[in-house]
Design a protein around this ligand. Sequence first.
Ligand code: NCD
Ligand code: ZN
Length: 348
Amino acid sequence: MQLLLTRPDDWHLHLRDGAAMADVLAHSARVFARAVVMPNLRPPVTTAAAAAAYRRRILDALPRAAGFQPLMTLYLTDLTPVDEIAAAVAGGVVVGVKLYPAGATTNSDAGVTDIERVRPVLEAMAELGLPLLVHGEVVDPEVDIFDRERAFIDRVLDPLLHSVPGLRLVFEHITTGDAVRWVLEAPARVAATITPHHLLYDRNAIFAGGISPHLYCLPVLKRERHREALLWAATSGSPRFFLGTDSAPHARSTKEAAHGCAGIFSAHAALELCAEAFEDAGALGALQGFTSQHGADFYGLPRNADTVTLVREPWTVPAAFAFGDGEVVPLRAGETVRWRLAGTSVSR
Ligand code: NCD
Ligand code: ZN
């Protein structure tokens, strides 16, 4: 069996920097035409000039003729000047501004401590049509880690939606039925990304056969009924949901550690894994909308003209891939994936 799809885009990707970036970039570029590149480097990408320089480093590291386009983001801090928004829009390479609640995830310590501090920036974004990309978890230690997304909706996101009219919002890597419901009830200026791993796994997978640091990410995997809600949303055909892999590579040594980092590397098989999830749901017909259409439509970008072909032919994922001077353990390492990328045709 074969599937011919419009070439997909990844609306949420961590590429890191330097030699590690060059290693992971090829995995995304082999299949995706474009990716929204997250700004949580050290130091974070907080200015339009830094985003343009990062984009240049990515382009320079690309395999030849990859036909891959990085779409850049700014990292919002309490101190982001309002002027930076106009500069970002004028520069033409920034497609969104990322809100990390300070302390919520990897390299988020420079993030926003109180949404009130960035209100003028958000108003400028609403005016210029630049979307806010939201990591939706509260950092309140009183809130159970499995409830942090739901609490964020109630405490931050819903009030924000109503208090900044016109602000375009992408609720990133949603993990709960609560988020699905909230997005569906929100106006059309709101959308959400969903990762392959949240479509395929619930939180039990982290503990099956012994604790697996390679299935630890943020927001953490949730219970089965939430996975089912996400799968329903992704396969529903609703244009409000699209693929953001959140592929987030960390060196093996920093994952297999006493305080292992959060992040799952999936770029090597992201589309293939989505095909599995959609096949299991009996919804392969909805795959192309989710991977290749809804995101471009939301961001107001043309859909890709190229195509990719998937064949239903199991292959075994390598145990590790090169990652700078270390290695990264990919999702499904040593296990099989049911779909394989057979080719990409570039229309010129
Ligand atoms: C991401 C990372 O490692 O940069 N980690 C993750 O678990 N998803 C950060 C993020 O998107 O939360
Ligand atoms: Zn992320």
